[in-house]
Design a protein around this ligand. Structure first.
Ligand code: SME
Length: 151
């Protein structure tokens, strides 16, 4: 199962590599990542980016149901990822203190920070599932490779 998942991510990463030859524009690349990850994985109920702007985490491009535009500071999974400067996997959002429920159907999620060349965290890739326990270390490793392709 994990091997099949890694192989699927390998194909997606190859596809992104090809697509990104067309432009170095980070907004275009992030929009492309949202579209691919949303449409290739039925488990991904919402895929999007939140970026830091004037100390707030504000939504950028996404695919899926309508989401919160700004996330209350230091609350929830996205802010935990920003503050820890690392990826966070949440198997059950109801067990994560302070989780922000933009959509009540969200059951589990993974958040991966987007960093610049100096390692400064600029924002996060946030992916939600409507099923419990949807994300594992294979997702984390692959998504960290994918966000490293943006800039
Ligand atoms: N899951 C996030 C909120 C954003 S929505 O899920 C799209 C969080 O708790 O930070």
């Amino acid at each position: 199962m994990t091997d099949r998942l890694s192989a699927k991510y390998d194909r997606i990463i190859d596809q992104l590599g090809e697509l990104f030859k067309k432009t170095a524009d980070s907004d275009a690349r992030m929009a492309t990542i949202c579209a691919l990850l949303y449409h290739k994985f039925p488990k991904n109920f919402w895929v999007g980016f939140y970026f830091l702007k004037n100390g707030e985490l504000t939504v950028k491009c996404y695919q899926g149901p309508l989401a919160c535009q700004v996330l209350a500071k230091d609350k929830g999974v996205c802010w935990a990822s920003i503050n820890r400067k690392g990826s966070v996997i949440v198997p059950d959002v109801e067990l994560f203190p302070g989780h922000i429920a933009c959509d009540s159907r969200s059951r589990s999620e993974i958040v991966v920070p987007v960093k610049d060349a100096e390692g400064t965290v600029l924002g996060v890739l946030d992916i939600d599932s409507d099923k419990l326990d949807s994300y594992c270390e294979t997702d984390r490793a692959a998504l960290e490779r994918i966000v490293s392709m943006i800039l």
